[in-house]
Write a protein that binds this ligand. Structure first.
Ligand code: SF4
Length: 465
């Protein structure tokens, strides 16, 4: 878990600069998605419903498809590993690397790797591990954490990045032109690719029928990470399977459009396995680590639809809470609506305080409307709120609801409270009579109370009739 501030507290303390970066970046993403999706498809809803049904079918037969994928991958010369937990996955990857004598590697962007904090673990164990995605590279330089699934540095602007490059010696002078920043990163990273002995990636999809793996990027960094090195390791969440390679036509059409407003991501790489005898470059050894890390528990829960997620970030872009608060406010690898569901499910055992995340939503339904796999996120948020309530996991924000319920169900008490509420307009928050009420008020800006006005109006109206 990252930090311990509640979402509203975090949002209140966020700088204007950061808030503008998040708001502009996410609003632009939503607009581009809308234009390209509706330009190309008369009824995008049909496509996302089809994607949802393919994913549901796969999840329903996950064991069978995992076995099928394993067989197909092995027949291509890939070593397949299964990791029940994040720690198992980290240890498996470390022993593969040690077995091949790897001391330096490059890593492409992978949410699964973020989820288990793979990078710091490998560095602690003496392996130089360089992020090769531009956004993740900047995050690594700044010792920061990603705040968006697709755009990890959505919270930063180009001036901050230019300063980072200057500070870290990536650039000899300050220049915040985006193209210059990118060229400078490229020069730095190209050299590192040639020195690395292994490349780590995630996978966007694994086709169970053929054992081919799909990677999509806009920078081509994952192929640079694989081509010159001897070992390729792919860390893959078990929900990334799709039954047939031909199903990709559905998912690729949705992923690029939903994530970045592109018809297709710039680099769509089909990984066939390790280098074959007639290929001049590429890793001689390929390992796929299928990671569970709580996913089978999610599959058994009443929120299993979240496992359809293809990590496009569209729900983050459109969410009014995410836009105001940023991904960091969600205190976990996954921010925004997807994180408000996934984080308590995956990490709630260790961090019960994440149970407050499902409350960070107005339930406006925008996240469900944009989701390319039609995940009913608002319903899942309500189910998780109910679960937290039944399991008595209370965040400070939940405490005053019990007194509120008493007031709201008693007409006489409600009348008295409304009459008294005008006094609240003049009370400073810190004199609230009880600590939980202080905490609750500390996270909110209450509107000015006009307590009792409706009743007066209604009485007068009745008298006039
Ligand atoms: S929940 Fe849906 S919209 Fe959100 S990241 Fe996942 S696939 Fe994209």
């Amino acid at each position: 878990m990252i930090g311990n501030q509640l979402i509203d507290q975090y949002a209140r303390n966020i700088t204007d600069e950061k808030q503008h970066s998040v708001l502009n970046g996410s609003a632009a993403g939503t607009e581009k998605r809308y234009q390209v999706l509706h330009k190309d498809f008369e009824n995008p809803d049909e496509l996302r419903k089809l994607a949802a049904s393919i994913k549901d079918h796969t999840l329903h037969h996950l064991g069978d498809y995992l076995a099928k994928a394993e067989q197909a991958l092995v027949s291509r010369g890939v070593n397949v590993h299964f990791a029940a937990t994040g720690d198992d996955a980290k240890q498996t990857i470390l022993s593969i690397l040690q077995g091949h004598g790897v001391t330096a590697l490059t890593k492409a962007k992978s949410m699964a790797a973020e989820e288990i904090h793979l990078n710091p673990f490998l560095i602690e164990n003496g392996i130089e591990c360089l992020e090769s995605d531009l956004g993740e590279f900047i995050i690594q330089l700044d010792d920061d954490i990603p705040s968006h699934i697709v755009k990890p540095i959505i919270h930063k602007n180009r001036r901050e990045i230019a300063k980072t490059f200057l500070r870290e010696g990536i650039a000899a002078d300050y220049n915040d032109d985006p193209e210059t920043i990118t060229r400078r990163a490229r020069v730095h990273l190209r050299e590192k690719y040639m020195q690395a002995q292994a490349g780590i990636t995630g996978a966007n999809f694994v086709c169970a029928d053929t054992g081919r793996m799909l990677l999509v990027t806009n920078e081509g960094n994952s192929r640079f990470g694989m081509a010159p090195s001897n070992v390729h390791i792919a860390l893959v969440g078990i929900e990334k399977l799709i039954p047939r390679e031909k199903d990709l036509s559905v998912f690729l059409n949705l992923l690029g459009r939903s994530a970045t407003g592109q018809q297709l991501t710039v680099y769509t790489e089909f990984i066939n396995g390790p280098k074959s005898a007639n290929q001049p470059d590429g890793p001689e050894h390929m390992h796929v680590v299928f990671m569970d890390n709580g996913r089978t528990d999610v599959l058994a829960s009443n929120c299993k639809e979240i496992l359809r997620c293809i990590r496009c970030g569209a729900c983050q872009n459109v969410c009014p809470v995410y836009r105001q608060a940023s991904g960091h406010a969600y205190r976990s690898t996954y921010g925004g609506p997807v994180g408000a569901v996934l984080s308590p499910l995956l990490f709630g055992d260790r961090f019960p305080e994440l149970a407050d995340l499902p409350k960070a939503s107005s339930l406006c339904g925008a996240c469900n409307e944009v989701c390319p796999v039609d995940i009913p996120i608002p319903d899942l948020l309500l189910r998780l709120r109910d679960k937290a309530h039944r399991e008595h996991i209370h965040s400070p924000a939940a405490i005053p609801m019990a007194p509120f319920a008493t007031l709201a169900t008693s007409p006489s008490l409600w009348r008295t409270a409304m009459t008294m509420s005008k006094a609240m307009n003049h009370l400073p928050i810190h004199v609230a009579p009880i600590k939980p009420l202080q905490d609750w008020l500390g996270q909110r800006t209450l509107p000015e109370s006009h307590g009792g006005d409706f009743r007066k109006w209604y009485k007068a109206r009745k008298a006039d009739q």
